[in-house]
Design a protein around this ligand. Sequence first.
Ligand code: IPE
Ligand code: IPE
Ligand code: MG
Length: 252
Amino acid sequence: MKELLDMNRIPQHIAIIMDGNGRWAMDRGLDRTFGHKAGLDNLEQVTTVCSNLGVKYLTVYAFSIENFNRPAYEVEALMGLVLSFFKMQLFHNNNVSFHVVGDVERLPQSVQDKLRSMVEETAMYDGMAMTIAMPYSSKQELVNVSKTIARKVQNGEMNIDDITEDTISENLWTNWMPDPDLLIRTGGEVRISNYLLWQCAYSEFYFCDCYWPDFSEEELHKAIISYQNRQRRFGKTEAQIEAEAEEEVNNK
Ligand code: IPE
Ligand code: IPE
Ligand code: MG
């Protein structure tokens, strides 16, 4: 599979909805929380593989704000896993910086502290940026952006007519990263469950049935190959895109 990858066209930013942990565990007669543990183990593998491929940004959906509505024991188990799980070696060995996006203040204080210390400890790494979205809701993010901009207008810091697409992007939790090129969802559901709605306006989507703990290096390669076989047109025609590509080759 790997030989089919075009190493010159690796997506710069991959976003992943890591779904299917609970079903993975239940298929094995295990409690759902074992699936979350297996899912985090797999996140380590996928982070290393993406970093080795030269991906610059990997942004994974680990917990939605809606996931707080799950049974308390599952939410607690997940928070406990986050506290105990991440081995800093992963970041040190791969030159990967760690980041969080979301309404972090809704997390238990111990989890906030742990995530903040990971961010600080990896801030000097300039390889891939690995971001965990937790607890994240795209609609909530856009509500916050609306309030921030409305306040600026109210205070006279900004005119309504100066609001542009960039104004929105600059006020998102993700304001420091480019938009995802490829959005992957594992676990068989074909929906985006409130993830990066603004940011994925022109992302390529890839859905697969495989549960997240089983999403292997080979599965990732399949997703990237699918991405590489598409033409991103951004509203233009196929002929225009081909002419632009030709011009680029001629200018080299
Ligand atoms: C994704 O797996 C992880 C979280 C939402 C925290 P799920 O826990 O949703 O697994 P399924 O979809 O029930 O199998
Ligand atoms: C989305 O998965 C959130 C994460 C993967 C963290 P869910 O399993 O919560 O999504 P729905 O509820 O099936 O849409
Ligand atoms: Mg799910």
